[in-house]
Design a protein around this ligand. Structure first.
Ligand SMILES: [Fe+2]
Length: 345
């Protein structure tokens, strides 16, 4: 535990992965004030914990949504406007453009994750038992830096958890030869709704015609964190990579190729229980996760019986040296809608 002026830091998971911040003051205004005044110390704690931080008790944000955007600004220069990104409008918040709504209720109708990963009562976190491991919006260049996830309505414990995998520790645990080989490779990332996922290719689904700003994007398979300098695996599950041309540039493509085999091997490695933190949500929890060096996924919940409502913000603007000087791949030319032809998403 570390005591600071106005807050203290507690460990969250194992082996230095994740921290929980507890504040001396209560109330959203006081917490935002402390975070803003002590922003450097908050960020230092976040990065030292490999980019995973919990702040609990933020129920008041439900009626004070701008506070979520303010807290997000602590973690990067730009909080994204979802109306200007590759995002279906059913996920838009009513009034705050920076908030994405994830809920099983209309109009969002976000389906619950599949019930895989449960072996009877026991949760199995490792891929391929657990599916949907991903890093947010990796099909854009530069990809987003940090995602903040606020729980408003949550299912009972042991349902609808969020799992985080520490891909810095996972990369460090690989042998040196494999680390060196991975360092020169690039993954090809694609949205799940354009016919390029593993399942879509295996099912023979049509590959969607895309506009230039919607095309799959290459990302380094190993990213060096712009703040800590530490290398981490950067890849996604099979729904968010391109199994037509990839998933790994330069390796045999397709669902049964060498690239696919490497992705499955690395996902299984990175999601071993020793690298994974399981978060049981309580309403009012805010979990902040660094997309540059973590994988995450949600677990199944009974969406017939329970509501799940989460708000997400995404921060960008510090992707690292490999993206220096790049424009945003997802911005269309003037007069073209960002989601043109993707209305089914
Ligand atoms: Fe996500």
């Amino acid at each position: 535990m570390v005591d600071h002026d106005g807050f203290r830091i507690q460990p969250l998971a194992h082996a230095g992965f994740g921290v929980r911040v507890e504040f001396a003051a209560s109330g959203i205004d006081a917490i935002v004030e402390t975070c803003t005044r002590r922003a450097d110390a908050i960020r230092d704690a976040f990065y030292a914990a490999h980019g995973l931080m919990l702040i609990a008790g933020l129920h008041e944000i439900r009626n004070q949504s701008a506070a979520l955007v303010e807290l997000s600004r602590l973690f990067g220069p730009e909080v994204e406007n979802y109306r200007e990104t590759l995002t279906s409008q059913r996920f838009f918040h009513d009034s705050v453009n920076e908030i994405l709504v994830l809920s099983n209720r209309p109009p969002c109708n976000h389906p619950p994750p599949p019930r895989r990963g449960r072996d009877g009562a026991e949760l199995r976190v490792q891929f391929p038992h657990q599916v949907n491991w991903h890093t947010d919006q990796s099909y854009r260049r530069p990809p987003p830096d940090v995602s903040l996830l606020l729980a408003l309505d949550v299912p009972p414990r042991e349902q609808g958890q969020t799992l985080y995998a520490d891909c810095t520790a996972a990369f460090a645990a690989l042998d040196a030869d494999l680390r060196a080989r991975l360092d020169s490779l690039e993954g090809i990332h694609a949205p799940g709704w354009i016919g390029r996922s593993r399942a879509a290719v295996e099912a023979g689904e049509p590959v969607l015609e895309l506009l230039p700003h919607q095309l799959p994007q290459r990302q380094p398979l190993v990213r060096y964190h712009p703040t800590t300098g530490e290398p981490a695996l950067y890849l996604c599950e099979e729904k968010q990579m391109d199994y037509v041309d990839g998933p790994i540039a330069g390796l045999e493509p397709g669902p049964d190729g060498d690239g696919a085999r490497l992705v499955r091997k690395l996902l299984a490695h990175a999601t071993q229980p020793r690298f994974v933190y399981v978060h049981e949500w309580t309403a009012g929890d805010l979990l902040i996760g660094d997309n540059r060096n973590l994988l995450h996924c949600a677990t199944w919940y009974d969406a017939e019986r329970h509501d799940r409502l989460m708000w997400r913000t995404t921060v960008m603007g510090n992707p690292g040296a490999e993206y220096a000087g790049e424009g945003k791949s997802w911005i269309p030319p003037a007069g073209v809608d960002v989601m043109a032809g993707m209305e089914h998403a």
